[in-house]
Design a protein around this ligand. Structure first.
Ligand code: PLP
Length: 358
């Protein structure tokens, strides 16, 4: 090796600084992906950053929150809301189903003071998806602020904050978008900005603050960035949105829907007692399919055996107590293909000791 090798450039390193104009153009592309005219703030951290920041910015002791729990993320949101001093009404839905707009309306009737609704669109961790368009109508009738975790749905199914009346819509790139995990975004409605401005407990001069971004970035016309941007993550986010634009968002969503349908159908054809965990196909998320193991079969042991057969397949056991009975087939991003679904089912069949018929 010659001495010059020490000065060799690397594709991840030695990047020129990312300009404010470039940063703003990536925000605009994310806004187009969401078909929104709201402000889109790109948050340079994993999606839990805007998820927590948006709750702490808008909720406080005067808030009455309806927190819909269809999986582990809903539980986390309830904890943050309580920590902010909000009165929290948890609406827990069995993980094998979705919440309905009727249940949301019943909660409003029982608790007329509800002025905030938190909902997870699709839960990769439990495999369900909720009917946000119908729920949005109910939330608008109530006049409540609508917070949505669309991290696992963006790229796999339509996410339309403006059409659905979502005030705070959080996305992350690491699931169906097939992008990086270290960057995320939130769209913020005028109503949500007003709620934050009126909230004395909203984080300021803080990494969690959305108002800081409004004051220091958006209100100044997005001319100067308040901090050095995370270029690597921003460039990866741009590349991932560009790849979706090239393929077409409908095609990317169709690929996920097909992977989910094939997984459900394949599991039923397999025999061996595995079943879709989510009972109704319409409640099943296109991003990931969860399966229930037969009685007496431990899901984490079955997954370990399947991964020993084929370490490449995107299988995982459910988290926490679900690790005994739930298998997750994470067919998202590059794994939303018939080949990956087939390999996953083959590995599971081998682990169950059943012989697949194809
Ligand atoms: C994956 C996911 C997130 C992001 O959280 P990680 O656990 O860090 O991946 C947030 N919300 C939902 C609904 C998700 O599925």
């Amino acid at each position: 090796m010659s001495e010059e090798s020490t000065a060799v450039t690397h594709p991840f390193l030695d990047l020129p600084p990312l300009s404010a104009a470039h940063f703003a153009s990536i925000e605009d592309r994310v806004a187009r992906l969401l078909d929104t005219r709201q402000d889109v703030v790109i948050t340079q951290g994993e999606a839990l950053l805007p998820l927590e920041g948006a709750i702490r910015s808008t909720a406080g002791p005067g808030t009455t929150a309806l927190n819909v729990v269809t999986g582990p993320y809903g539980q986390t949101f309830g904890d943050w809301l309580r920590d902010c001093g909000a009165t929290v009404i948890d609406l827990a839905v069995p993980f094998h189903a979705a919440v309905t707009a009727e249940q949301i309306r019943a909660a409003f009737a029982a608790h007329p003071s509800i002025d905030f609704v938190s909902l997870v669109h699709a839960e990769a961790a439990t495999g369900n998806t909720n009917p946000v368009a119908e729920i949005g109508e109910a939330v608008r009738e109530q006049g409540a602020l609508f917070y949505l975790d669309a991290v696992a749905s963006i790229g796999a199914e339509p996410v339309l904050p403006d059409a659905w009346g979502v005030d705070l819509c959080v996305i992350g790139a690491q699931k169906a978008m097939g992008g990086p995990a270290g960057v995320s975004a939130v769209s913020v409605s005028e109503r949500a900005w007003a709620r934050m401005a009126a909230n004395p407990g909203a984080p300021r001069r803080s990494y969690l603050s959305l108002l800081d971004w409004k004051e220091r970035w958006i209100d100044g016309g997005r001319k100067a960035l308040p901090h050095a941007p995370a270029q690597l993550e921003m460039l990866a986010l741009e590349a991932c949105v560009e790849r979706i634009e090239t393929a077409g968002l409908p095609a990317v969503m169709a690929r996920h829907a097909s992977a989910a349908a094939a997984t459900r159908a394949g599991v039923l054809a397999l025999g061996g007692g595995l079943e879709p965990y989510v009972h109704e196909a319409r409640d099943a998320a296109p991003v990931a399919t969860t399966l229930r193991t037969p009685a007496g079969v431990d899901a984490s042991e079955l997954v370990a055996r399947a991964l020993a057969n084929d370490p490449s397949v995107p299988l995982a056991a459910g988290g926490g107590a679900l690790s005994k009975e739930m298998i997750r087939v994470n067919h998202y991003g590059a794994d939303a293909t018939p080949e990956v679904v087939r390999a996953s089912l083959t590995a599971l069949a081998g682990a169950l000791g059943v012989v697949g018929d194809r």
